[in-house]
Ligand binder design. Structure first.
Ligand SMILES: [Zn+2]
Ligand SMILES: [Zn+2]
Length: 376
């Protein structure tokens, strides 16, 4: 665990302890709700993907003509598998890093910190879970040209891919990456001493969608003049993917299952935590009320005694072992609860009780309340 993770964990534990588990309970409940919402989205997407027909590219046109009144205005949600090609008279991209022909080129830069445990290693950053991660990728350039999907065996017909406004990740291949080390300075030494991360390298990466790659496109197919095009469906986490439709379904159903159980477990934990916190605060309120009542009774009895001019002050009659340990003049009358020590007279007990933190003068335990003891 890094220094920053430790700080975060300590801060979270302190916040949790401050509110008797109620904060953790509420946080867990929020996570449970969030994973339930995600589960609903995943299972909805799964149902839609399962219902989508797998259509071969040459059959698309006839499928669209069959729907509706023949205009082809109604889009059909379908999955299509084919190879990436540049349309006739189209252009392709040649990114500078690799020089490979492609239709989508993305160039990213990522700053690697010394806390990063290897590019291919597993890393757990608690800080990044709650705050903004420092290992952020910056996309320096993203270019794409119109492209189509074709069936390699039956070249009749093609599917134009509408990439604009698609939020889903693209099935890109990394073709080039370069690690540029950052030279250490006296300042990085200072940062190591105070336990902060410092940049050690810059990772320069180039990812492309190469021509000829076999992918699945899932989305809305519609006719646009003479051609057929596919656009993304925002509710589905896939648009273009290396996975086949069956693999997509398998991945989504395992994701939905995980989210379902996560929300069940988190929900149960949050109910337990909130229930326990409620029970504890209810018990605290009850104890406080009881203590206040006991104090009221104690004060009343003390007032009665002082009014009635008791024999407590006649030190002569009181044995040494029965004198108040504070004033050494009056008889011991006030017992402290819960420790049970009978060492103070009523007046001194009231003075002790007025302290910010009332403690028994014998054993230093907390005093919840006091009772008056009668000798005979
Ligand atoms: Zn006293
Ligand atoms: Zn005591």
């Amino acid at each position: 665990m890094s220094a920053r993770d430790r700080e975060t964990a300590v801060a979270l534990a302190r916040a949790a302890a401050a509110l008797d588990g109620a904060v953790v309970g509420l946080g867990t409940a929020a996570l449970a709700v969030a994973s339930w919402v995600k589960y609903l989205a995943a299972s909805g997407a799964l149902r839609r993907i399962a219902a989508a027909p797998v259509v071969a590219i040459p059959d698309l046109r006839s499928l669209l003509s069959g729907e509706g009144d023949g205009d082809g205005d109604e889009p059909v949600f379908a999955a299509v598998r084919g190879h990436v090609r540049v349309p006739p008279r189209g252009k392709f991209l040649v990114p500078p890093g690799s020089g490979e022909h492609c239709v989508v080129a993305k160039h990213t830069q990522m700053c690697l910190f010394n806390e990063w445990r290897g590019i291919f290693g597993w890393t757990f950053d608690l800080h990044a879970l709650f705050f903004k991660s420092l290992k952020e990728q910056i996309t320096t350039s993203f270019r794409w040209v119109p492209f189509v999907l074709v069936d390699p065996e039956n070249m009749t017909g093609m599917l134009h891919v509408k990439l604009d406004r698609a939020m889903q990740p693209l099935p890109l291949t990394t073709v080039y990456h370069k690690l540029i080390p950052v030279e250490s300075t006296p300042y990085t030494l200072f940062q190591t001493i105070i336990g902060n991360g410092y940049p050690i390298a810059l990772l320069d990466e180039e990812k492309i969608l190469p021509i000829g790659k076999e992918i699945t496109a899932i989305g809305f197919c519609r006719k646009n003049k003479a051609s057929v095009e596919i656009s993304s469906c925002p509710e589905i986490p896939f648009f273009l993917s290396e996975l086949t439709k069956d693999e997509m379904e398998a991945e989504l159903s395992s994701r939905a299952r995980t989210l379902f159980w996560a929300s069940v477990v988190l929900g149960t934990v949050s109910i337990c935590l909130l229930g326990f916190a409620t029970y504890r605060s209810w018990r605290k309120i009850k104890q406080r009320r009881e203590a206040r009542q006991a104090q009221e009774i104690f004060r009343q009895t003390t007032d009665d005694v002082t009014e009635g001019e008791s024999s407590d002050e006649e030190a002569g009659e009181v044995g040494d072992g029965q004198l108040c340990v504070i004033c050494l003049r009056r008889r011991r009358r006030a017992a402290f609860i819960p420790c049970g020590h009978l060492v103070c007279c009523c007046n001194c007990a009231l003075i002790v009780e007025r302290h910010v933190e009332p403690l028994c003068p014998m054993c230093r335990q907390d005093i919840r309340f006091m009772i008056r003891i009668y000798g005979n």
